[in-house]
Design a protein around this ligand. Structure first.
Ligand SMILES: *[C@@H]1O[C@H](CO)[C@@H](O)[C@H](O)[C@H]1NC(C)=O
Ligand SMILES: *[C@@H]1O[C@H](CO)[C@@H](O)[C@H](O)[C@H]1NC(C)=O
Ligand SMILES: *[C@@H]1O[C@H](CO)[C@@H](O)[C@H](O)[C@H]1NC(C)=O
Ligand SMILES: *[C@@H]1O[C@H](CO)[C@@H](O)[C@H](O)[C@H]1NC(C)=O
Length: 383
């Protein structure tokens, strides 16, 4: 009896993951291996190209490039082997009309990559992807990306009547690991009126680990992008806000992104919250541009050991000569790690910088300026 039950149990647990294959043909083992090796190859090629680019632009011969960890994360590999695509279209031509309904149809603890093909449109939805719903991809059309919009603020009342607080104000909040978004606009339209409280209004909160964003836009005012925690990668993204508009304690690489300020008075682009030296978090911006209005600090220290690096970034004149703010706590001056490396533009002039800002040497910059900074080779697969 016991062994029959055990066999049944084993049978069930083997069968369950394949349930999510119902909407797509299962790839053969050969196709799959081919697909994985192609992606790994492309990834390595990109990595090599970016390393070459870096090494050409630095004069030093010996570079400390962190060692690559071994291979793709097995859970991710399995999920990518078992992909399914479902479509969301407001005109009823897809599998679902709302993103919420599409997510509600997914099994919890799914082991497969689920791609939501989201057709063009304005989706007024408040979305949470819970911790137990990993491997979700939002994919939009590059020529007409879908807009997911809302206007909740920290002081707005939640369903139980109490204020949402910043954490719950997000139009989209992701607690799950392995989230990917491609060609999506995340928006919070709540206005920020200088001098009023409780107007933090998050467009996206990402709290899951190993999340990647390609060609996405984030529109908001105060607290647009809550880069809460985990390893994150942003490529070719547009991020707009007024106050602290990229904040949290994620360990994140932003490449080829545009940070656009709409600040009406002095504000800060980032508020990174590293609270002690044993936490590996920090924001690294590479080959990005800073534009917009208002006068901005590159960062202000939310945590005592706040860490932010800008490399190869064009800074417009809106960047304040001081560059960085300790948020009124001078003890942080000796603790934060605020680095700049090979930046350009009128805002990158180091003459007026706070004395505790760092002009990084090649060696100092190296750990932050590749996808290895976010352990990319174990989980980043370009779409
Ligand atoms: C938020 O958006 C809703 C729906 O468009 C609107 O009815 C409401 O007035 C807005 N709230 C604020 C504070 O702007
Ligand atoms: C830098 O960013 C720009 C625009 O985002 C992109 O076109 C260019 O290819 C990037 N350069 C490198 C070396 O990645
Ligand atoms: C650093 O912060 C982490 C997370 O809050 C905590 O678990 C850890 O104990 C802290 N370490 C020290 C040395 O304070
Ligand atoms: C940097 O700023 C200082 C002080 O405003 C100025 O004298 C200097 O010419 C600037 N340097 C560059 C390269 O623009």
């Amino acid at each position: 009896m016991a062994s029959a039950a055990l066999i049944l149990l084993v049978f069930l647990s083997v069968q369950l993951p394949s349930r999510c294959l119902s909407l797509q043909n299962r790839p053969t083992k050969g196709q799959l291996d081919e697909w994985i090796s192609l992606n790994v190859k492309q990834y390595n090629r990109k990595r090599e190209a970016s390393l070459r680019w870096m090494q050409e632009s630095v004069k030093h011969k010996k570079q400390q490039v962190p060692a690559a960890s071994s291979g793709l994360d097995p859970k991710l590999r399995n999920a990518e082997m078992n992909k399914m695509i479902i479509s969301v279209s407001q005109d009823g031509s897809g599998n679902f009309k709302t993103i919420k309904d599409a997510l509600a149809s997914l099994p919890l603890y799914n082991k497969c990559r689920v791609i939501l093909d989201i057709k063009p449109g304005v989706y007024r939805e408040k979305i949470n992807i819970p911790r137990n719903m990993p491997f979700v991809t939002f994919r939009g059309d590059s020529s007409n990306p879908p807009r997911i919009t809302g206007n909740d603020t920290a002081s707005a009342a939640g369903t139980d009547g109490t204020p949402l607080k910043t954490f719950q104000s997000g139009t989209v909040s992701v607690d799950a690991d392995y989230f990917v978004a491609i060609n999506i606009i995340f928006e919070n339209t709540a206005p920020h009126v200088v001098g009023t409280a409780g107007e933090q209004a998050v467009a996206l909160r990402i709290s899951g680990n190993k999340a990647a964003f390609y060609s996405c836009s984030f529109y908001g005012s105060q607290d647009t992008l809550y880069d809460h925690k985990g390893l994150h990668y942003f490529n070719n993204c547009f991020i707009q806000g007024s106050v602290d508009f990229i904040f949290g304690y994620g360990r994140s690489l932003y490449e080829n992104c545009q940070l656009n300020s709409v600040a009406k008075k002095v504000a800060s682009l980032t508020a990174q919250k590293r609270t002690n030296t044993s936490i590996l978090s920090g924001f690294s911006f590479k080959n990005s541009t800073i534009t917009g209005t208002g006068a901005v600090y590159l960062g202000r220290a939310w945590g005592d050991y706040s860490r932010v690096i800008f490399s190869y970034t064009y800074m417009d004149k809106i960047v304040l000569p001081l560059g960085w703010s300790d948020w009124g706590k001078t003890i942080r001056d000796s603790r934060v790690y605020y680095g700049e490396y090979r930046c350009s533009g009128p805002g990158a002039n180091m003459t007026g910088r706070v004395p505790w800002a760092r002009i990084l040497t090649d060696e100092e910059a190296m750990p932050f300026i590749g996808t290895y900074y976010v352990d990319g080779n174990s989980w980043l697969i370009h779409p």
